[in-house]
Design a protein around this ligand. Structure first.
Ligand code: GLN
Ligand code: ZN
Length: 752
């Protein structure tokens, strides 16, 4: 038997995105949108037909957490009066009657789900008609369906409780959920349902379910026993880590199968003995659902054999490690990636082929041709000089400058004397509005429709305007505005060796939004400087300090598809040296302040507490390596798009950046207190203007906000800046807002 836990739903050519956006723009009807969805489902099942079952209910018009919330009628009060797709999209995207539900990261992936809002005052009522319709749709097309359903524990743990005691709210949700299952159970005898419980991979944390420890373990047992007793075949699957603590509990239930991730959760091996003693079928996630590299089938066979030492073959289902949602659809028609590199890649449709071939070889039905070809591909990758660059490896090995020579105390003295900024210096996070005109210019240049000279003149014009504006309003540390950058990672990836970019390898980030992560396939080095020309040009226009703008190594890594034949830390070290070289070139070119953005530093944190230390160690070391080369008088800024540093403040301090700018406008200064509590010594720039809203903050309210900051941190330690993301706003909004910030700062300075 062979299986996956879900298939990408956006469509090979992002058909769903296009249909959704045209529906939202009132350019197509609901029935046209539903037709597109139906056609896509049929295509996606067709791609899965070699598997034992096709996945049903993994498809979604926006998000599968939202789907379940909607099927249980978990609608926040502000949307109660809305129904159908209007209510559904209101929760996802907001509506004139209320703001959208929050959205947040799906575990440690770059997929974002809509956070359900629960309240004890709500009445929940299950409606499985949508799920049943898709089930019947698959059957009528001749497929054998397996329903994918989010487990009730994960659903509850990911929800936000607006009102009520957690346990009481959980009971309400649970009974609606049971009703949903009862409705589904009626559709067929022995309906196969795979329940995803990734929350179980975080370890046993009963508080996630609002329960005491002992109660939680018996609650899990009871819930899955009740579900199994409804006459369905239930599989409970976890992924993204091992779930040994919870596997032990699940084995005490009457479920049919258990799904485990043996790629990201190698330690699941420890549960095999116990599983062997049970009667459960093991859905063995051995093909990586998160990454895009051709599997090494020989080593996968060895893994399956080691599982088989415990469990008989007829109880092993060869599976993907998690839903294939996180990988692109297929390689068909990909014309941008070099053919040799393309041959090393495996997208969703290829992964299904790998799973089927692996299963047939494992079960002794053989597919020698496939295996031989797989061997050849892996060998070509291993031996290619594209993946191995001796000089890079040597340099990383011998590089010794891993932290700055002077202490922060020494550096800041030198820096303060040389810059002589007023107290509460002002700056911005880097980008300025990306106008339609600048986007068009970049695109036309890329397509070869405008000349290099014309392109450069256009970029220079933008920088000139940008510098002039900042000088006019009186900002202290200027930026060039990043008009030449489409994306903060792509811009650097495109200039570094070891990266490649696809034309069509999109993955869903949320709703209709997709990203095309850079692909790191080989050893990384910097053939030439990446930012010096633009930053030097910008500096030449002003006597004020121009801040150089780089993306940090950890963020470049966390937002890319990373090669799996080298550790993430080793890849990150290679990137760190490229950034170090860039910093050195910038300071030699006269740039005195350099910002190294680590927007995605926190995103790389492992799911399990026990792995955090190791991540922090190497991520920290890489950031420090990238900045160690800076002279004492070169001021290093960093930026993170968060405000919640409670857990990681010590690591943030250890980064040893002279200044960190963070996002705080929406959370006020309550999260800032941690900086004071731990006696944080380096300088901090908390965002005072919430750029997520088109609203222009007044001088008075900004003044108040700045004064509130001063209650938490001393004036010598504070910078004043907006939150990040000015590039997403319009000039009409940015200009008055920043002018007001500078005015507010001047007033506060005068009052001190
Ligand atoms: N320098 C980048 C900018 O301002 C930082 C982006 C980010 O933090 N996500 O656009
Ligand atoms: Zn940011």
């Amino acid at each position: 038997m062979s299986s996956i836990l879900g298939f990408p739903r956006i469509g090979k050519n992002r058909e769903l995105k296009k249909a959704l956006e045209s529906f939202w723009g009132e350019k197509c009807s609901q029935s046209e949108l539903e037709d597109v969805a139906k056609t896509l489902r049929a295509k996606h099942w067709e791609a899965q037909k070699e598997l034992s079952h096709v996945c049903v209910n993994d498809f979604s018009l926006y998000d599968n957490v939202l789907d379940l919330a909607y099927a249980l009628s978990c609608k926040p009060a502000r949307f109660k009066h809305l129904s159908g797709l209007e209510g559904y999209f209101a929760m996802a995207r907001g509506h004139k009657d209320g703001v959208a539900c929050e959205m947040t990261k799906w575990f440690n992936t770059n997929y974002h789900y809509v956070v359900p809002e629960l309240s004890i005052d709500d009445e929940y009522k299950a409606d499985a008609s949508g799920i049943i319709a898709q089930y019947n749709e698959a059957k009528s097309l001749g497929f054998s369906p397996k329903i994918q359903l989010l487990g009730v524990f994960t659903f509850f743990a990911l929800s936000k409780i607006n009102k009520g005691a957690p346990q009481a709210v959980f009971d309400k949700i649970k009974s609606a959920y049971f009703d949903l299952i009862s409705q589904i159970a009626k559709v067929d005898s022995e309906v196969l349902i795979e329940f995803s419980e990734p929350i179980f991979a975080k370890g046993f944390d009963a508080s996630l379910f609002g329960l005491e420890c002992k109660e939680a373990s018996s609650a899990i047992e009871c819930v899955y026993n009740d579900i199994a007793s409804k006459g369905i075949k239930a599989i409970v699957s976890t992924f993204f880590e091992h779930s040994n603590e919870l596997t032990a509990i699940l084995l005490r239930t009457n479920i049919y199968g258990i799904g485990l991730d043996f790629v990201a959760g190698e330690k699941n091996i420890q549960s095999l003995e116990a599983i062997a003693k049970s009667d459960k079928v093991l859905y063995a996630g051995v093909i990586d659902g998160r990454n895009i590299w051709v599997a090494d089938l020989e080593s996968k066979l060895a893994l399956l054999d080691s599982i088989h030492k415990f469990i008989p073959k007829e109880r092993i289902v060869v599976s993907a490690s998690c839903s294939l949602l996180h990988v692109p659809f297929s390689k068909d028609g990909e014309e941008k990636i070099e053919s040799e590199i393309l041959s090393w890649l495996s997208f969703a449709t290829d992964k299904i082929k790998e799973i089927c071939a692996l299963e047939s070889i494992f079960q002794g039905r053989g597919d020698d041709g496939f295996l031989q070809e797989n061997k050849r591909i892996n060998l070509s990758r291993k031996n290619s000089d594209k993946t191995n660059n001796k000089a890079v490896r040597e340099r990383v090995k011998n590089y010794t400058q891993k932290s700055r020579a002077e202490s922060f105390q020494e550096r800041i003295k030198i820096q303060k004397a040389s810059f002589n900024f007023p107290i509460l210096p002002t700056t911005t996070i880097g980008s300025f509005p990306q106008t339609a005109q600048i986007r068009k210019l970049r695109l036309e240049y890329k397509k070869g429709e405008v000349s290099k000279a014309e392109y450069e003149e256009g970029i220079k014009d933008y920088i000139r305007d940008c510098v002039k504006f900042q000088e006019e309003i009186g900002i202290d540390v200027l930026v060039h505005g990043e008009p030449e950058r489409n994306d903060m990672v792509e811009y650097f990836g495109e200039q570094l060796e070891g990266f490649t970019f696809s034309a069509n390898a999109w993955v869903q980030s949320y709703g209709s939004r997709c990203v095309k992560p850079p692909i790191i396939f080989g050893d990384i080095h910097r053939p030439k400087p990446m930012t010096i020309d633009w930053i030097s040009f910008a500096q030449s226009l002003t006597n004020k300090v121009m801040k150089g703008m780089l993306t940090g190594p950890v963020t470049i890594l966390n937002w890319s598809f990373v090669r799996d034949d080298l550790s993430r830390s080793a890849v990150c070290e290679q990137i760190a040296l490229c950034i170090a070289d860039e910093i050195d070139d910038l300071q030699k070119a006269g740039i005195k302040i350099i910002q190294v953005d680590e927007a995605a530093f926190k995103e790389g944190y492992p799911l399990r507490a026990e792995n955090i230390k190791a991540y922090e160690e190497w991520a920290l070391a890489c950031f420090k390596t990238s900045t160690a080369i800076s002279w004492a008088q070169t001021q290093i800024h960093t930026h993170m798009c968060y405000s919640d540093f409670n857990d990681i403040i010590k690591t943030i301090e250890a980064l040893d950046a002279d200044v960190i700018s963070i996002e705080t406008a929406r959370s006020g200064n309550k999260l800032l207190k941690i900086f004071k509590e731990v006696g944080y010594t380096h300088e901090v720039g908390p965002g005072v203007y919430d750029i997520h809203s088109p609203r222009i903050p007044s001088v008075e309210e900004l003044e108040k906000q700045i004064k509130a900051l001063l209650e938490v941190l001393p004036k010598e330690q504070l910078w004043i800046n907006p939150d990040c993301g000015l590039k997403t706003r319009k000039w009409e909004e940015v200009k008055p807002s920043l002018a007001n910030i500078v005015q507010a700062v001047k007033k506060v300075r005068a009052s001190l």
